[in-house]
Design a protein around this ligand. Structure first.
Ligand SMILES: [Zn+2]
Length: 560
């Protein structure tokens, strides 16, 4: 049976009972005639396919090329057509977007054929620890801190193993290769901007290695100058110059704002009030954003309350401001949230990691209830992928599981969630009028379920705002730099497209990321990163991994 057929809209099935004449009649009625609606048809094979190279010298001053005929989703609703076209072109000159719209005249500019593709801004990750790339998947079962339960999740834990065992043995060359490899991997995934929360500053050489790798990756990045992991607890890492090395780093690496990498000051508040006092003051003196992990498992709730009242730090004179970027924000008080909103601080949520590693409930419903929105962060690949499609789907689905349950439960208890061990409707469940007695109208104070455009906004322009980069990236607005991804919508996991934002968020993954452009320069072309010697980098990363495990005295057990 077919619901659409039964309701009088005949559909074409594999062994269609419809005759050809019936099909043509239906097709004509729906405008689906031969030659029409072939937007997402595969491109015809071209004789010169092997000469189908990326535009020459892309990103260079004066070089122009046009991305032709894709479904364009600019993520800028102020543009004509709300910034969305089923078929349009993007004209790039040098590192900037010159124009976006249908049938652009591009003179003799080079062309990228984007028929059957979706063209949108690159993704922006506002919190990622790239130095951990060598340790990928090691902590796939672990939580944040050993809880003493003896469960598998407590055997290998983030605090004890990653921060206190592995991180302290890193050499500058280990920092470099992990940072580079992790960055290239995300470029391959369409993530054109990252905030790298490097907590591996055992010496100025370690810091320089991390920064060099961010520049060498060739994507947009905020270098987050955080602590020397483990130093405060173990009393080791004698070369550690955090936070007082910040002015040297800023001066040496970040005196220009016209480059792909900029600097953020790490201001962790769980390192003690003296460290907060020093790091926040240095960061603010240098005019940098100050970022910090804020989560209740590390005892931060009262610290955050003091900061919200302007009484943080050892002199009780540090307060939060619009220059803060807070990561996680799980388990914080009402007052802290109100202060975050009042001052206009940025919030980055790592949905999958927070769900997995016991950070606490990602605070999305609270943010939406207050009229706020987050950016997205991948956090650590020791436990979960840094893939951004996973980010968007996790954000959307976590929010939906919570609000859907709040709505279903609303007639029974003022949106108090039921005992999470037993989410069944109570025996005495209150019913509502209408044909579906257990399908209440959503209460006014429950945010609507997130839609695909919402999480796309989190993944792009919200990330740009969170890193103070909205003047440069986050949307395909003419005048911004060209950070563009071209997604293959003819691939078997996506075709046929019936909704462009939906196809990207609900169906796509890394293999659909066909072309990646950063500041006008093509970095991935037809599925392959350009100018990257992967076999050599793999060798270096493997050697680094072997050193780190050996030095830390940890056995490599692939089937632990
Ligand atoms: Zn983190």
């Amino acid at each position: 049976m077919c619901w659409l057929c039964d309701s009088g809209k005949p559909q074409l099935h594999g062994n269609s009972q419809l005759g050809r004449r019936d099909f043509l009649k239906t097709a004509a009625a729906t405008g689906l005639t031969a030659g029409g609606l072939n937007l997402f048809a595969a491109r015809p094979a071209r004789a010169d396919d092997d000469r189908d190279d990326p535009p020459e010298d892309s990103g260079r001053r004066g070089r122009r090329y046009v991305i032709r005929g894709g479904a364009v989703m600019t993520m800028d609703p102020r543009m004509p057509n709300k910034g969305e076209w089923t078929q349009a072109d993007v004209l790039v000159a040098g590192k900037k977007i010159l124009a976006v719209g249908p049938n652009l005249h591009a003179g003799g500019a080079g062309e990228i054929d984007a028929r059957g593709r979706i063209v949108m801004p690159g993704f922006i990750d506002t919190h990622h620890h790239q130095f951990e790339t060598a340790l990928r998947s090691y902590l796939a079962d672990g939580v944040l801190i050993n809880d003493g339960s003896g469960s598998r999740a407590s055997e290998r834990t983030y605090f004890e193993r990653i921060l206190l065992t592995f991180a302290p043995v890193y050499r500058p060359e280990d920092v470099y290769i992990s940072e580079l490899f992790g960055g290239l991997a995300q470029l391959d995934d369409g993530v054109t901007t990252v905030h790298d929360v490097s907590q591996i500053h055992h010496s100025p050489q370690h810091s320089d290695a991390a920064i060099q790798a961010l520049f060498d990756t060739g994507r947009r990045a905020a270098f987050g100058f955080f602590e020397s992991a483990g130093a405060a607890i173990l009393g080791t890492n004698p070369g550690n110059q955090y936070p007082q090395d910040a002015p040297r780093i800023k001066q040496q690496w970040f005196s220009s704002s016209d480059q792909l990498v900029h600097m953020i000051m790490g201001g962790e508040v769980y390192l003690g009030d003296a460290s907060t006092e020093q790091s926040w003051k240095i960061g603010r003196q240098l005019g940098l954003q100050v970022a910090a992990h804020i989560l209740s498992p590390f005892g931060i709730r009262p610290i955050m309350d003091a900061l919200a009242q302007g009484q943080g730090g050892s002199n009780h004179d540090i307060g939060i401001g619009a220059d803060n970027l807070f990561i996680h924000m799980t388990g914080m008080s009402d007052d802290a949230w109100k202060a975050v909103q009042r001052v206009g601080a940025q919030v980055s949520i790592a949905f999958p990691i927070e769900m997995n590693m016991r950070h606490g409930m990602p605070p999305i419903v609270r943010m939406l209830s207050m009229g706020m929105e987050p950016s997205l962060s991948t956090d650590v690949e020791v436990t979960l992928t840094a893939d951004f499609f996973t980010q968007m789907r996790s954000a959307m689905n976590l929010q939906r599981v919570v609000v859907n349950q709040m709505i279903l439960d609303s007639p029974n208890g003022n949106q108090n969630l039921p005992d999470p061990r037993n989410w069944e409707l109570p025996q005495t469940a209150v019913t509502v009028p209408g044909p579906f007695p257990y399908w209440p109208t959503p209460p006014a104070d429950v945010p609507p379920p997130l839609a695909t455009r919402d999480v796309l906004r989190y993944a792009t322009i919200n990330g740009a705002k969170a890193l103070r980069l909205e003047g440069k990236t986050g949307t395909l607005t003419p005048g911004k730099e060209a950070d563009i991804i071209i997604l293959d919508a003819t691939a078997p996991n996506v075709f046929p497209v019936n909704n462009v934002p939906g196809a990207v968020v609900s169906l796509m993954e890394r293999t659909n990321v066909e072309t990646v452009i950063v500041a006008g320069k093509v970095r991935k072309w037809k599925g392959r990163l350009l100018g990257v010697d992967l076999p050599r980098l793999r060798q270096q990363l493997e050697a680094s991994r072997d050193f780190i495990f050996a030095k830390a005295g940890v056995a490599q057990e692939l089937f632990h």
